[in-house]
Design a protein. Structure first.
Length: 250
């Protein structure tokens, strides 16, 4: 049995898919009874994305058992989704070796067919890390902090202590430090077993927060010199990212 699902609000669906596109161009999507799922590493093997969107997010939803696994170019898919017009809904279905996207309005239908790619299975499991700090921040504020950081350098240090949450960036001619107290406009909540500090490539963090809705909560899981875990929700989908740290020598 092939899959078929209908999207009522195409722009919201595109926003969710862009959470994948911001990190990887291609990946294997699993279409099962409970919804859509993807887990994949970026080409450099530095970051991972885990994406899940429940079947309840769609106005109509049919999926096979066992789940269908389809390799897709998500960059191409996102560009097609951006071509939605006022009053159109979207039907996505599986053909023999293609996925069909039909934009349907009262008196008009448009159809795109994209190839199913032959791809290896995605990442089998998420990193197993016992994080010491969980920080829930305002997604929009965190994105603005990263934009400040881009003016300064290419690596960013995230630190959580009893005083609060801080970012630190060192460049060739400029340094940046930003400190936010707990329960502030920026830091919504923080739970800590012990302080944590780790440095990450800024470019990846910028890509990872792009799809986070403005003023939505974004949760960071930190442990000193260990992979960062970041998660948030976008249009009913849950997105989890992992990012390897830059280990600094003494």
């Amino acid at each position: 049995m092939a899959f078929r699902f209908v999207v009522g609000d195409v722009r919201r669906y595109k926003n969710a898919i862009d959470a994948i596109v911001n990190l990887i161009a291609e990946g294997q999507l699993e279409v099962g009874r409970d919804g859509l799922f993807l887990r994949a590493m970026d080409p450099s093997q530095v970051a991972m994305v885990s994406f899940s969107m429940p079947s309840s997010s769609f106005s109509e939803y049919e999926a096979p058992l066992p789940p269908a696994k389809v390799g897709l170019n998500f960059d191409n898919l996102s560009k097609i989704l951006s071509r939605v017009r006022e009053g159109e809904r979207l039907e996505i279905s599986q053909g023999e070796n293609k996925v069909q996207l039909r934009f349907i309005s009262t008196k008009r239908k448009r159809s795109f067919k994209v190839p199913i790619l032959d791809m290896p299975a995605g990442a089998t499991k998420e990193p197993s890390v016992q994080h010491d700090v969980i920080v829930k921040v305002n997604g929009g504020h965190f994105r603005e902090s990263l934009r400040d950081a881009e003016l300064v350098g290419v690596h960013i240090t995230l630190e959580a202590t009893e005083k609060g949450f801080a970012i630190e960036v060192h460049g060739d001619s400029t340094d940046l430090t930003e400190e936010s107290e707990m329960h502030s406009e920026e830091v919504i909540e923080m739970k800590m077993n012990k302080p944590a500090r780790a440095t990450f490539p800024l470019e990846y963090l910028v890509d990872m927060v792009k799809a986070c809705p403005e003023n939505s909560p974004l949760t960071l899981y930190l442990k000193s010199n260990a992979p960062l875990k970041m998660e948030y929700e976008v249009e009913g989908a849950k997105v989890v990212y992992y990012l390897a740290p830059r280990i600094e020598s003494d």
